[in-house]
Write a protein of this length. Structure first.
Length: 301
C-alpha cells in the first residue's frame, strides 16, 4: 500500500477499533492491513496500536499520530475539492497559437460559444506558421497541420483534412493540365517552406496504396497559407492544399482541381504541448471543445 492509503487505513482502524472491520470497509484483505500497519510502525520506529483479542486501541503515540493524520487527510480532501471545482469551473488566461486560416474559419466564428460555457477563461490567440517556443513565449499549446517533427512535444490529433492539387485557369492554359504526378517535372508549383527554415514541402500522392513524394520546382516561395492560395490565384503555379481552404474558389472556377484520379493523402492536424507538463483545466477543456469543432467539420478521427 502507498503512504496515503496506509494513513487512511490507520485512521479507520482507530475509529472502528478493529483491523477486520477497517479492512472490510476499504475492501482489502486483513493480511494486507496487518502488514501495512506493521510496516508503518517500523518506519516510524514506534508502536501505534495496542492489539488484544477483542479490541484495538491507539497507544499514546498512536493517538497523537491519529490526530495529525485526521488533519492531513482533511486538508487533502479540501485541496482535492478545490481542484475539482477549478476543473469544473476553470479560470485564467489561455494562450493558443494556430494558423490564421484555422482561427478565422473554425475557432473565432464559434469562440462566443466557448466563452458562454467557460466565462472565467480569457483567450489569447496568436496566428502564424512559424515554430513557437511554447515555454519561452508562455504559449499553452499550438495547433499545427502536418506530421509533428518536434519529439519534445505531445501531439493530440484533432482532424485529418482531405487535400487536393489545384491551379488557376490561367496557369493551366499556359502549362497544360497534368494527368499524372510523373508529368509534374515540366510544371511549376508555389513552394511552401517553414518559417524556421528547412526545405520546401513536396507534393504527396497515394499511388498503389503507398505515399509518394514529388518535388516540383517553382519561382515563388511563401510561408503562409493565405499567401499560398493567393499566389495560386494569380497563376503562379500548382498548390496542394486542404480542400476546405479553396472550396469557394473551386466553386467559382477561380481554381481548378487537377490530378483528381491520383488522390492526395489527408493532412493531419494536431494540438501540440510540451511533454511532462500536466495540462491545466483551462487547456484541457479548450482542446476538448476544439476536438468537437473539428469532428463536426471533418468527422471523427
Amino acid at each position: 500500500m502507498d503512504r496515503l492509503a496506509t494513513l487512511q487505513l490507520f485512521v479507520r482502524i482507530v475509529e472502528l477499533g478493529s483491523f477486520s472491520r477497517a479492512a472490510d470497509g476499504l475492501e482489502i484483505p486483513r493480511a494486507t492491513a496487518t502488514h501495512a500497519i506493521k510496516a508503518l510502525e517500523a518506519r516510524l520506529t514506534t508502536r501505534l496500536l495496542e492489539r488484544t483479542t477483542r479490541h484495538v486501541q491507539p497507544t499514546l503515540d498512536g493517538k497523537a499520530f491519529y490526530e495529525r493524520c485526521v488533519h492531513v487527510l482533511a486538508e487533502l480532501d479540501d485541496a482535492e475539492s478545490a481542484l475539482r471545482n477549478v476543473a469544473a469551473n476553470p479560470h485564467g488566461v489561455l494562450r493558443i497559437d494556430m494558423h490564421g486560416t484555422h482561427a478565422m474559419r473554425f475557432v473565432l466564428p464559434r469562440i462566443d460559444e466557448f466563452r458562454r460555457r467557460y466565462p472565467r477563461v480569457d483567450v489569447v490567440v496568436s496566428s502564424g506558421d512559424r515554430l513557437v517556443d511554447l515555454v519561452r513565449e508562455g504559449v499553452d499549446c499550438v495547433v499545427r497541420a502536418g506530421t509533428p517533427r518536434d519529439s519534445t512535444l505531445v501531439a493530440r490529433p484533432l482532424a485529418r483534412m482531405p487535400q487536393l492539387v489545384c491551379a488557376s485557369p490561367d496557369y493551366l492554359a499556359r502549362f497544360g493540365t497534368p494527368q499524372h504526378p510523373d508529368q509534374l517535372g515540366v510544371h511549376e508549383a508555389v513552394r511552401f517552406f517553414a518559417s524556421a527554415g528547412g526545405s520546401d514541402y513536396p507534393f504527396e500522392f497515394l499511388i498503389a496504396g503507398e505515399k509518394r513524394s514529388v518535388d516540383v520546382g517553382g519561382w515563388i516561395a511563401v510561408n503562409d497559407a493565405e499567401n499560398y492560395v493567393a499566389a495560386a490565384l494569380r497563376g503562379c503555379g500548382l498548390i496542394q492544399v486542404p480542400r476546405f481552404h479553396v472550396e469557394d474558389d473551386l466553386r467559382t472556377g477561380r481554381l481548378i482541381e487537377v490530378l483528381a484520379d491520383t488522390p492526395s493523402p489527408d493532412l493531419p492536424l494536431s494540438a501540440l504541448y510540451p511533454q511532462g507538463r500536466h495540462l491545466s483545466p483551462r487547456v484541457r477543456i479548450f482542446l476538448d471543445w476544439l476536438t468537437r469543432i473539428y469532428q463536426e467539420e471533418f468527422g471523427a478521427m
